[in-house]
Design a protein around this ligand. Sequence first.
Ligand code: BES
Ligand code: ZN
Length: 445
Amino acid sequence: MSKLDDLFAFLSIPSISAQREHAADVENCADFLVSKLASLGFDASKHLTTIHPIVVAKSPSVEGKPTLLIYGHYDVMPVDPIELWESEPFTPEIRDGRIYARGASDDKGPIMALIHGVQEILAEDGQLPLNVTFLLEGEEERGSETLYEFIKDPAVQKMLDCDVIVVSDTGMADINTPTFSYGLKGLCCFEIKVSGPAMDLHSGLFGGAAPNPISALCEMIASTRDANNVVTIAGFYDGVMPIADWERQSWSRVPGMSDRELSALTGSRALRTEKGYTGAECVYARPTFELNGITGGYQGEGSKTVIPTHATAKISCRLVPGQDPQRVMNCARKHFEKVCPPSVTMEFFDGHTGEAYIIDPHTNYGKAAQRALENTFGTAPVLLREGGSIPIVAAISKTLGKDTIFLGLDLPDARIHSPNENMRVEIYEKGIELTKNLLRLMGEE
Ligand code: BES
Ligand code: ZN
């Protein structure tokens, strides 16, 4: 099938990993990849797990050449709010030079660009310039639980043995600016629940006397940062890797990342950065404490004068190299225990964690990847660290003892995780060319 037909078929499978009703679709998606890679002569197999399958596919061996391990994820985020989509999320459609579908940029488009890069080299040269192994999982968007287990097995480690790892699941500064990302943020997610009265209370009969758990939660959350937007949780910044001078300089030149542009891009009236740092520096290299959701009390139509029984907040902290996710989560727990008013009780629920990741961008493979970007896009790449996370990357790299190199194709307006996710056809085609350049250059290392 043509490169667009293959991508469309891939995008048509609703492989939403978080939703139980899509489990069969996720498995179909794994089968689709196995048959596609097998058709290119790869030894491809589907490994069942307790959640979603993992696909591993190895190229026919190319003697005396290095091995490239390509990691990606074939699962996608849920589609809601569905009413904001201009076309069906799993019926891909091209409008204004963009392919619209859930997963178009995160991460099915980039995966298919890698596969078709391989396919074109095979068609042109009859063989690959190096050994290629694909490792494609179906749980990245929900925390990669079973892949963490999978890579602990020594037999799996042998199967995945490689010289370097490549991931195309990160960002690109803009359509004309190839991007070499040399770091990812880590994260820790948790939830706090504050409970007050044993039953919903009339706010006139008991207000002013009974504790309000929503107020308590708000006060507790307000205590986590000061007027300079510095996080006040004791120990939060311990170990944080400082930003090097060359990084500040490099980041100040990334298109679209000036404070003014970031403010426009996010549709905000102004930025709210940690004092002493630009918006780009905060995104790339400062740890953050972010509220993702807060609930409690009456949310329906009209007013209801009530003191509710409880309130909850979902929180995630993005972390940088040098921070231990579990330790940061413990610091947060201690902080909330300390500031929790005695009139209410608090429960703290640990969520998933992942370590930050950073490489030296100037290794031989790093330089080869930067050359491949320059050859493809006609200009040298910008170097940056990502604000996003792919938690399993640090674990894979550490387990296999090899660097991971990121060649991201997600543009800032690709709307990943949002309605109308898209990928420009032009970028998909560049991705294929990039794969060919990369494989050929790495084959010479
Ligand atoms: N592909 C993204 C991560 C990404 C996007 C990194 C753009 C850099 C630039 C990945 O699929 C993702 O969304 N990761 C989640 C991880 C979470 C669900 C554990 C994230 O960063 O929120
Ligand atoms: Zn994602």
